[in-house]
Design a protein around this ligand. Structure first.
Ligand code: FAD
Length: 290
């Protein structure tokens, strides 16, 4: 199924992200965790793409298995930063031929100390969107957006103007970077609409269930952490079960607030942890009908 058809429904959705193994050696345990999330039958699932593309076949395999074994619609992420145009073209064909109907088109993070773009490389996610449209026009394409601004952007206005280019190129929906303060998301959504961007915007929620995960998430995304959440991590961070419970509760509260403010679609970054995904799903059981 194409995500455009899921997202046009009036129903609220909770979808989930998983990642593929970094090496073939741990393929089985990672796939087991990803399929553990699929067993919960979220509205759809997305499978990330290793930065260098070296584990691309795992992304496609896991996205295929999610669909085959659990009947859950899947989406493969695809980045272009570390690949030649030919490699990207080949990868789009592989995704299409595997019957995956949705791609999250990303540039990816520029590896440190490399010249970018090299000749024959795409420079922006919007270039990748154009390429997918050329090779596989039937695929439904999404892109990433950043409520607190992308770290490389000059300012938020310029960043939103670049998001508009991505949407104009054929991006049919956007999934946000994680955020821990919903008011930042509401403000961002207003600015997107004001800039003429009307595609569905899916709120990305990261349940922080380990103290170390917070530092890493901030480092990767640069997002703000409200004092309320800092206190939770300070208080419970050294006791793993308590931190997990508190992290699930915080993410649940964020999601309920989003739904209560008319946001229909939430994507949970599960970090391949079925227990966390189940905790959130159980907390929302009446609201999402599961
Ligand atoms: P772009 O949309 O190309 O934007 C990157 C920067 O370039 C921004 O500052 C933007 O303002 C600017 N820009 C864009 N277009 C133009 C233009 N036409 N002219 C001038 N400037 C422009 N990374 C992975 O490696 N694998 C994944 O699976 C993955 N999944 C992700 C999922 C989500 C929901 C999110 C939010 C991020 C994900 N990332 C992933 C991280 C992402 O690849 C990085 O944040 C990366 O730095 C930017 O990718 P992008 O697709 O947003 O790039």
């Amino acid at each position: 199924m194409k995500l455009r058809d899921i997202l046009k429904d009036e129903k609220i959705t909770v979808s989930m992200e998983v990642f593929p193994p970094k090496t073939t050696a741990n393929y089985e345990s990672v796939e087991k965790a990803a399929l553990g999330v699929a067993a919960l039958k979220p509205a759809y699932m997305s499978v990330t793409y290793g930065a260098g593309g070296g584990t691309s076949k795992h992304t496609v395999k896991i996205a295929t298995d999610i669909k085959k074994q659990y009947g859950v619609t899947s989406m493969a992420h695809l980045t272009c930063v570390s690949s030649s145009e030919d490699t990207v073209k080949n990868q789009i064909e592989i995704i299409r031929d595997a019957g995956i109907e949705n791609i999250l088109a990303l540039r990816g993070d520029i590896p440190a100390e490399t010249e970018f773009p090299m000749p024959g490389q795409f420079k922006h996610a919007s270039d990748l969107v154009h390429q997918i449209k050329n090779i596989a026009p039937d695929i439904c394409i999404g892109g990433a957006c950043y409520p607190e601004g992308h770290p490389e952007a000059d300012d938020k206005t310029a960043d939103i103007a670049n998001i508009k280019k991505k949407v104009d190129a054929g991006c049919e929906f956007l999934t946000t970077q994680m955020f821990f303060d919903n008011s930042i998301f509401y403000n961002y959504l207003y600015r997107l609409r004001e800039a003429g961007i009307f595609v569905p915007v899916i709120a990305g929620i990261m349940p922080i269930t380990k103290k170390a995960q917070l530092a890493r998430s901030i480092q990767l995304s640069g997002c703000c952490v409200p004092a309320k959440f800092k206190s939770i991590v300070d208080w419970f961070g050294d006791e793993s079960q308590k931190m997990q419970q508190a992290g699930i509760a915080y993410a649940t509260e964020q999601i309920i607030d989003l739904f209560a403010n008319g946001i229909k679609n939430v994507h949970v970054y599960t970090m391949n942890n079925p227990e966390v995904a189940l905790g959130i799903q159980n907390n929302l059981s009446e609201i999402i009908g599961k």
